[in-house]
Design a protein around this ligand. Structure first.
Ligand code: SF4
Length: 218
């Protein structure tokens, strides 16, 4: 199983997207400060990612197995019903930006930097998806993240990380015993091919979540 690593040494942050996410009006003091911090972040930061293709050996009613690793989730099993493989990944803002962020204490800067790190992590995630798409030419793909719903609990992170064979350390990511990850702005998940649209947001009752991408439908 080959593990692919992305080290994004030069990257561009989408200033408009961060402004919209943080609800910052153009030509305000906050907007000017955001621009300054984005410039700093782009000089310092190196968002990173890791991904690997995994083939499914067995499917049960509420589990899938790949080699010695068994993922237990009825929702995961249902979503992967058409798939014989999936792509496990981790995307992170990177340790450089994480350390840079810890040097700021001013409330406004901390608020703006949180949005910057979020977008840096998203940049790495998008790059992973583009690499997977380029290499495997998926007809249609969806994403699931362990812990975003109780139906695929965060404890499944342990199984997911086994697929990287310890190489997540090369991008400075660590899975903690709580199943959370460091740096804090790190996301893990799987990408899989399916003709059926799926978004965890449809099943998630956190109605005021700023990252919601789809309406709550249950
Ligand atoms: S609504 Fe927010 S917390 Fe819930 S799954 Fe979507 S992004 Fe995650």
């Amino acid at each position: 199983m080959s593990v692919h690593i992305i080290q994004n040494k030069s990257f561009i942050l989408d200033e408009e997207k961060i402004s919209v996410y943080l609800k910052i009006k153009p030509d305000t003091f906050m907007h000017l400060r955001l621009k300054e911090l984005i410039t700093e972040a782009q000089n310092i930061g190196q968002p990173k990612g890791i991904w690997t293709v995994t083939y499914i050996d067995e499917k049960g009613s509420d589990y899938i197995r790949t080699g010695p690793i068994t993922f237990k989730s009825h929702l995961l099993r249902t979503n992967l019903s058409e798939a014989n493989r999936f792509f496990a990944y981790v995307a992170s803002c990177g340790q450089e930006l994480d350390q840079w962020s810890s040097t700021y204490t001013d409330y406004l800067d901390v608020f703006l930097i949180d949005g910057i790190l979020q977008e840096a992590c998203h940049t790495a995630e998008q790059q992973i998806f583009e690499q997977i798409q380029k290499k495997y030419n998926l007809s249609k793909s969806n994403t699931m993240n362990p812990g975003s719903l109780p139906q695929w609990p965060v404890s499944e992170q342990k199984n997911l990380f086994q697929l990287f064979e310890g190489k997540e350390k090369e991008i400075g990511v660590e899975l903690l015993s709580s199943y959370l990850m460091t740096p804090v702005k790190t996301v893990s998940g799987i990408r899989y091919e399916s003709q059926i649209d799926f978004s965890s947001c449809e099943l998630c009752p956190k109605l005021d979540c700023p990252n919601r991408s789809k309406k709550y439908t249950r």
